[in-house]
Design a protein around this ligand. Sequence first.
Ligand code: NAP
Length: 247
Amino acid sequence: MRVLLLGGTTEAAAMARALAGAGVEALYSYAGRTSTPRPQPRPLRIGGFGGAEGLAACLREDGFTHVIDATHPFAATISRNAVAACAAAGVPLLAVERPAWTPAPGDDWTPVPDLAAAAAALPEAPANVFLAIGRQNLDVFKGLPHRWLLRFVDPEPAPLPRATRIVDRGPFTQAGDMALMRDHGIRIVVAKNAGGEGARAKLDAARALRLPVVMVQRPAIPARETVASVAQAMAWLHQAPPAERGV
Ligand code: NAP
């Protein structure tokens, strides 16, 4: 058995620990977005594969028997590529996907399909907005009159005018995020429905402060076998038929 683990998330780190604990041969793959990727208990590779075709070639050439896609729910391109590449190479694929967040009593969420719709959902009058969506694809917010609070993993420059950028890496706490939002006079939060515990703090903080949240829904990914936990993924590994070479 040789597993390709597509990572960059808390779930992928937990998956890598489980694979290491079980003595399963695996390669952890990072896209290379952060300059300080966390070390993992399995060997690493960093960087893209060159689309679905490159990934399929990698699966064939490096003798992978299984692929586990534990990427972020908003990393849709690599997940779509994994579906296509695994089909082409005849390698079984499993996604480990955290459940989406659902609103609780007291939440004031406006669901939107994508970031452009999130930008359109913001008020016309200038406001202090916590744009808690990472550092990619912020262009759609250019030209809006707001003051932005941005939180990045790396000390990258803020790509928006009137922005305050802070550098921090989760998991975050409700108390910490409440203090942050108070300090910056935040009136609206924009979030992606990533799910999971570490990034939920901003939503709990927004509810406690009675702030509205513009919630970007997850992108569509083709149907694939999916589990919600590392334990289920380990069980799948020992049940899934190995790669059908030559397909
Ligand atoms: P994406 O749009 O789905 O992927 C863009 C390209 O990056 C892919 O086509 C692939 O390049 C490469 N790539 C992505 N993940 C990879 C991986 N694990 N290993 C090797 N190559 C990978 O992804 P993204 O939204 O830019 O996210 C990049 C990474 O950051 C993902 O691994 C994801 O788990 C992590 N992440 C993303 C978010 C988010 O909000 N999007 C949040 C936290 C963490 P090729 O086509 O050349 O193979």
